[in-house]
Design a protein around this ligand. Sequence first.
Ligand code: NAD
Length: 289
Amino acid sequence: VTEADKFAVEYWQLEEKKLKLRPAPKALAGKVAVVTGGASGIGLATAKLLSEHGANVVVADLDQSTCDTVAADLGGPDAAVGVAMDVTDVDAVTAGIDAAVLAFGGVDIVVNNAGITRAGKLADTSVEDWDLQYGIMVRGSFLVAHAAERVLRAQRLGGDIVNICSKNAVFAGPANLAYSSAKAAQAHMVRLLAAELGEIGVRVNGVNPDGVVRGSGIFAGGWGASRAATYGVDEKDLGKFYAQRTVLKVEVLPWHVASAVLTLTNGSLPITTGLIIPVDSGVPQAFLR
Ligand code: NAD
């Protein structure tokens, strides 16, 4: 410890000055983030983490009152607002992006997270299930990016679009034809939009999570039962099953995915675009067939 260090410590400890250290500046202070599917699971964890790091958050999901509850938990109107936004509905998406601009003056971060799963091989996949999954994850990601681009382009401040894709975008998991191919489309959109929106300084990246069982409405709503049957495990042990087949043996949780979104948007990776980050505890290829 040098004399200068001692002086610095004494300086801050001087009672009569009543000095207080400032809180550390937050990386996302002044940024506005729109998180689709932000009321549950990965989206909820992402909305929370981006909010903790200073972003104003627009929680966009199907049900207005659920969105409002999440927004209130994040600190109310100065910190977050809830917007009922069905991402398959052009007018609702346009209105949702406009609501973000009205509430917080712009949009900097867009997280295309809304999603749904209907398991099934080719013969078991109905046209309705196909359209539903493509509608939400492919058409929805397109509509949200399309509406947000107007704002991002006009602002001239750069920005981030992050698509929550899936390990299933890359590997042929069993019995989920429509979901996996929709996720692959969503992932390729990352590369295409990255190439296109670089000219306005907008980075477009993605995250491929795997096996986020806890907190996931998708898993609780039938996908978990289907996967448990496919793998021959008890549904309550599914999280552990996914964990044990990974390299790190860690169960993937919503906050792990949120943490990847934060890293992509908080300035840690300022010239990274078109990247899709796996968040899966390390899945050996052999288990994915
Ligand atoms: P979740 O069900 O907890 O959250 C999905 C949210 O999307 C819900 O709140 C739901 O209401 C909302 N949503 C559904 N349809 C919508 C629509 N038309 N418009 C707006 N919002 C809509 O599920 P989750 O596990 O947190 O999944 C979030 C995303 O992560 C999905 O895109 C999913 O495909 C992807 N993903 C999940 C896992 C996993 O293991 N859980 C793995 C890879 C990818």
